[in-house]
Design a protein around this ligand. Structure first.
Ligand code: GRF
Length: 209
């Protein structure tokens, strides 16, 4: 029997990426298991999705901790209790400090709705439209101290259409995110990723568009 990679998913909002990961784990496409969901937002719909899937979910409110370090340490100890092997940020709206990063070295990944390094930060789809770009997409990357600056794992391009609105573009990118995030987790689960300085080497894998 192969052991499954134990995932901790951090969310703040809708949780559509969380749901896609859950679905790919249950279908057997992904040799992983979402062991815990953690949110900094008690109203996140992702918490409802976790509950429906029977996955333990915990809320940590930043305002209940004096410092960011204490807040992060509380989350770290929750993740450690579940023996998490990979932390997946899925719409988690906070920048992690070195305290958090050092607790899970090279084991924290994020998905961003643009082709990084273009359009990091908030409202990436709006940024792409306003820049007049003819394509954008999504990126899964390792997390470092910056905002969406960590080593890139895989990306998927999405064309921008003449009549696109922020909403229509976001929806098309999101559909690709749901596929891409699980592909990246699968590569990690199969031990096919190596970080080499600022780049990620993917073994036995063609970087397809
Ligand atoms: C996604 O667009 C993701 O790329 C970004 O936040 C959004 C989360 O969406 N980091 P959801 O909560 O997974 O639906």
């Amino acid at each position: 029997m192969t052991t499954k990679l134990s995932l901790g998913v951090l969310v703040s909002g809708n949780g559509s990426n969380l749901q896609a990961i859950i679905d790919n784990c249950s279908s057997g496409d992904l040799a992983a298991n979402v062991s815990v969901v953690i949110s900094d937002n008690p109203k996140a719909y992702a918490l409802t999705l976790a509950k429906k899937a029977g996955i333990p979910a915990h809320v940590f409110l930043r305002k209940e901790y004096l410092t960011k370090t204490e807040f992060e340490e509380a989350i770290i100890s929750a993740l450690k209790k579940y023996d998490i092997q990979l932390v997946c940020l899925a719409g988690f709206m906070r920048i992690l400090s070195p305290v958090f990063l050092n607790a899970f070295p090279k084991k924290i990944i994020n998905i961003h709705p643009a082709l990084l390094p273009a359009f990091p930060g908030l409202h990436a789809q709006k940024q792409a439209l306003e820049a007049g770009a003819d394509k954008s997409g999504c990126t899964v990357h390792f997390v470092d101290e910056g905002t969406d600056t960590g080593p890139i794992i895989i990306q998927k391009e999405v064309p921008i259409l003449g009549n696109d609105t922020e909403e229509s573009l976001s929806n098309r990118i999101l559909a690709e995110e749901h596929v891409l995030y699980s592909r990246a987790i699968k590569l990690l689960a199969e031990g096919k990723l190596e970080i080499d300085g600022r780049s990620v080497v993917v073994r036995d894998f063609r970087r397809g568009k």
